[in-house]
Design a protein around this ligand. Sequence first.
Ligand code: NAP
Length: 602
Amino acid sequence: MTNSPAVSTETLAELRRRYALERERRVRPDGTRQYLAADAEFGCYAADPYTAETAEREPLRDTVDVAVVGGGFGGILAGARLRQQGVERIRVIDRGGDFGGTWYWNRYPGIHCDIEAHVYLPMLDETGYVPEWKYAPGEEIRRHAVRIAEKYDLYADALFSTSVTSLAWDETAQAWTVATDRGDRFLATYVITATGTMSELKLPGIPGIENFRGHTFHTSRWDYAYTGGTADGGLTGLADKSVGVVGTGATGVQVVPKLAEDAGHLYVFQRTPSTVDVRANRRTTAEDVGADRDGWARERRDNFLRITSGEAAGEDLVADRWTSSAGLLEKLLPSFCRQGDRTAFEAAYEVADATKMNEIRARVEQVVADADTAEKLKPWYRYACKRPTFSDTYLQAFNRDNVTLVDTADSHGIERMTERGVVVGGTEYELDCLIFATGFSVGVSGVHSGKLPVHGRGGVQLLHAWGRRGPRSLHGFTGNGFPNLIRLGAVQSASSVNYTHVLDEHAVHAAALVAAAEAKGAVIEPSREAEDAWLAVLAEDAPDHEWFHAECTPGYYNGEGRGRANGPIAYPHGAFAFHGLLKRWREESMDDVLRARTPTVR
Ligand code: NAP
């Protein structure tokens, strides 16, 4: 915890009162049910605007070594690490038209990654690439994803514009049958799922949303044919248009300044303001980051993870607002739960949090000229209640004559939509175009949601095998009854704000498992006892964050106000410790999950 100037007891009491009030104003009885999925009549919102034609092809009936479901950084890194282990036939399957995952879909104007590029972009040591900006634009990141895929020859067997519809273990073949929506039915000895955590866009369930006759789209499917321009701006198609944007999360904060530059008029419909901290993006050189040394990127990435996981790190190489606020992310990440005296720690935490939030609110006042608008842009909750954002142009956009902030907190968001526009507080705002920056559903994609059915040994469905008590695994990756299936992601493992780092460690682990199984002619399958032992580790030191989230304004972190952290149970000692644990396990115990390949009858 950083040293903070004293905040008086009265101030803390007043903040607690105000935070409770602001939460009450926003909690809705319909919680997560308030959102609409982009399917059925709203399916057009999910269409791929970046790959015009899906080329016809014959369905595949062949056999590969590994099928990787998902071509984002998780899938790409799994492919690259498998290639390093000498695996030959690797088939990555993605519903997008190319590699990139979130960076394939999200190309909205202003898109950047707010984690430093030199730690966020994976495999910089291996590719020799050195980012040009401290915080990279989305297109640079997407190109880097392609760069890795090319370097490790992942295009050769890849399937794009294709969704995997089921996975079924074939006992006789000792392999998985992979079925897709393009009629494919091929065999894969191993399957790695890397389906992401926020890949299903969501729309606000505004009454009358279907009535609007203007143009609409979601930020993750940007319609440049309509707006003109590129991710750098120049949206000339909006010059004479009245444009609305719904949502002021990390995406809204990045897109609003670009819309403000080019729209005839921009209405920003805000329900809860984000914390908007200093960005200070700048060009960087190889010299700045010491990129002339071998292993420089790994060292920098480890340093960032150490600090944001609450470990002692000595020097702070990245030195930005993530690392300086690391102590305040305690409620966001499970890694700080080792603090000894909880009461003293909570008290110090509250003071540090109040100091940070006062600084954030003071910045709004300094930047935004109109006092009423500034007041509405101030966030009233604790720092870790919502994902922090960073911008040096967002608050400034509200000083423009063509930008209007429409605060919807009193009406729980937009009241309704009409043919012409949206209604808030009884006032109709006429719009030519309405853009949804309303984010993504959490935990509804991939094998954990049942959207991708998985049938293991004896045809048993993964979700049935788990039952009501939820996921079972060893380290989050493998499970009994589901041989050679490796699930990448944050469920029952450990996460970090620098998610690509986590994915890379998981990819290294997955590739090592495959290599070990190949070397021994075995299948990968932990025993139920190994799963039970891992579940006990997760439960033993599980931090109690429930009270914290119960006091937060609603959002996807707390299941829209339910009061529970919306994340799955994670390794309680943080990502840095988890990676160390995996490494030791690979060195000492990996053979425990290798079983004879002979078909088993149960
Ligand atoms: P988000 O954080 O879920 O934000 C959705 C926004 O829509 C919120 O401001 C929400 O308001 C608003 N909203 C929803 N329904 C509404 C309604 N009926 N009326 C008015 N407003 C409504 O989504 P996001 O901004 O797309 O970000 C998603 C995640 O993507 C981030 O948390 C982050 O993990 C990632 N991301 C990362 C970066 C990066 O630089 N690394 C950049 C962008 C996004 P409430 O807050 O009131 O619910």
